[in-house]
Design a protein around this ligand. Structure first.
Ligand code: B16
Ligand code: MG
Length: 212
């Protein structure tokens, strides 16, 4: 592996887990529509953009909606989700996250976020994590979501680093594929650790400190 100079973190599922908030928000939308939605479908939404998530939910039930109807449902889901995000605060951040980010900064690595979420900045602010990062690449600055590499390539561009010197930490298979197709090394954590498509698998985030 070439010398790693920068670490790009996925947000949801890596630095914080808001899966259940996404699930509850989509559940309210699907209940209103009277269509089926369960934890297994929710699992397929990991790392996937809001509109693509809705398409995955609708394809289960073969529901046809116009683009403007979908837009309204995605906005409704986001209102529920953002309401839940009010519960986030710095006390709920796993101490291993703080220790890992602190030590990586001390060791001179550039740190960036590479998230599909359009709420990434808000979440980081609520968790008081924003100051650790040199750049945030998220759902607001991309046109194609993971497994397209755009979000990670933009992160590398923002921190002025060669993609080959970046390592990505991801919890979603789509994110692992995005990282690999960006030409970056990838560490899988959580659900993505079940795949061998990443270069490394870890159980807890502080294990990165032994890898790079
Ligand atoms: P939003 P990540 C992703 O975040 C989530 O894993 C995924 O479930 C969600 O649909 C996506 O963000 C979009 O989020 O609705 O807030 O824009 O894992 O890429 O940090
Ligand atoms: Mg994720």
């Amino acid at each position: 592996m070439p010398k790693v100079k920068a670490v790009i973190f996925d947000l949801d599922g890596v630095l914080i887990s808001t899966d259940h908030y996404h699930y509850e928000a989509w559940k309210k939308v699907t209940n209103n529509l009277n269509i089926a939605f369960d934890e297994q479908v929710n699992h397929r939404l990991r790392g996937v953009s809001r509109l693509e998530s809705l398409n995955i939910i609708l394809e289960q039930e073969d529901v046809q909606l116009s683009e403007s109807e979908k837009q309204l449902l995605a906005e409704e889901k986001n209102r529920y989700y953002v309401q839940s995000l009010q519960k986030l605060n710095k006390e709920i951040v796993d101490q291993r996250v703080i220790v890992t980010l602190t030590k990586l900064k001390e060791r001179g690595f550039k740190l960036a976020i590479g998230s599909s979420s359009k709420n990434a900045q808000y979440i980081l602010d609520r968790l008081k994590l924003t100051s650790f990062f040199d750049a945030i690449s998220d759902g607001n600055n991309i046109t194609q979501s993971k497994p397209n590499p755009e979000v990670f390539l933009k992160a590398a561009e923002y921190i002025v680093e060669d993609p080959g010197n970046c390592i990505v930490i991801e919890d979603a298979l789509t994110g692992v594929r995005a990282a690999k197709s960006a030409g970056m090394a990838c560490v899988a954590i959580g659900h993505a650790a079940l795949t061998d498509e990443a270069d490394y698998q870890i159980e807890t985030i502080d294990e990165i400190l032994d890898i790079i």
